[in-house]
Write a protein that binds this ligand. Structure first.
Ligand code: MG
Length: 345
């Protein structure tokens, strides 16, 4: 793997992730006095994708970046009409890229999932935040004699293996318990030079303490978050605490802000644009979340299409509280299929 993007990408992570964080916060922190003005502006900015807009939107871009959960699938079920829509876009010569903030699988793991669902895609077309974490460390020339401590699942471990970076933690520490006795202290490896925090269904106090010791006591130790999503959809019955909760634990104990590599931070976008040599204004980001997918697209200068087949409903989109407005919104990806019908008519 080569990472020509390196320093530019690293710089942009720091620069724009803080901007994204600030914008995310502004959703709640904005003073009430400004809201009526915003509310009036919202109505004009929220555009439902009409049949007459579809061909123009598709023709105006050469690449589509799709979020996965809520756009392509829900849990382990494909969303209606996705295979046909993907096939249509491929026939139209579009480049298709699939991006996910979920770090529990590696790119190879996601490829298996796509193929298992009957979607013919290639490994090159998949970008997960687990991959982004490993790619980021490689882009900053992470020393091969140093190690990473992982709060997270197998996806991150597989991606670190892929770039030859040593690690500890992750699944191996899933069952560890802290039992305290007088004068006890936890040892930690002084060669840990980065902590990656990703979604971890076996997070525990041992991992939190170990990660905290590395960040606080190893000079220069980096703190990397695959993403800071507040919630995730482990089942379709309710929202579950997302990686924001794991990152929040480490932020709380270290008083440090992480470098975020997943959406809405720009690292993956810069990486993809550089790898495929694509102009950002010729990319359309399709996602189901405003504060990750659509913000990622808007901050990056992409066209944006929100689908209502995932976490965002129309009321949330049109709420005066919402300040993140996609270029268009539609109920599901397969709504684009009417282009085909009109071409064939
Ligand atoms: Mg999603």
């Amino acid at each position: 793997m080569s990472f020509a993007l390196s320093s530019a990408a690293a710089a942009s992570v720091a620069r724009v992730s803080s901007k994204a964080t600030l914008r995310g916060r502004s959703l709640r922190a904005r003073s009430k006095a400004t809201r009526p003005v915003r509310a009036m502006a919202v109505k004009a900015e929220v555009n439902q994708l009409k049949d007459g807009d579809k061909k123009g939107l598709v023709d105006s871009v050469e690449t589509f970046i799709f979020d996965c959960d809520g756009v392509i699938w829900k849990g382990d079920s494909l969303i209606e009409g996705v295979p046909e829509t993907i096939a249509m876009l491929r026939d139209m010569g579009k480049r298709l890229i699939f991006v996910t903030n979920n770090s529990t699988k590696s790119r190879a793991g996601y490829l298996k999932k796509f193929l298992g669902l009957g979607l013919e895609i290639t490994a090159e077309e998949v970008f997960s935040s687990s991959f982004a974490a490993a790619a980021y460390l490689e882009s900053v020339n992470f020393p091969k004699d140093k190690k990473v401590y992982v709060v997270g699942e197998v996806g991150i471990l597989e991606e670190l293996d892929g770039v030859g970076i040593q690690y500890l933690g992750g699944e191996a520490d899933g069952d560890k318990k802290v039992t305290l006795s007088a004068g006890q202290l936890m040892e930690h490896d002084p060669d840990v030079a980065a902590v990656i925090v990703g979604f971890d269904r076996n997070v525990n106090y041992y991992k939190i303490q170990y990660a905290t010791l590395c960040i606080r006591e190893n000079p220069g130790c980096q703190f990397i978050a695959t993403n800071t999503d507040a919630v995730t959809h482990l089942t379709d019955a309710q929202e579950w605490a997302g990686n924001g909760s794991m990152v929040g634990a480490i932020k709380g104990s270290t008083k440090r802000e992480p470098t975020v590599v997943g959406k809405p931070a720009p690292f993956m976008l810069d990486y993809i644009a550089n790898k495929f040599d694509i102009r950002k204004d010729q990319i359309c980001m399709v996602g189901d979340r405003l504060d990750t997918d659509i913000l990622f697209g808007k901050d990056g200068g992409l066209r944006t299409l929100l689908v209502l087949s995932g976490v965002t409903d129309e009321a949330t989109l049109k709420s005066p509280e919402n300040e993140i407005h996609p270029d268009y919104y539609t109920s599901k990806l397969a709504d684009l299929l009417t282009i085909k019908a009109s071409v064939n008519a």
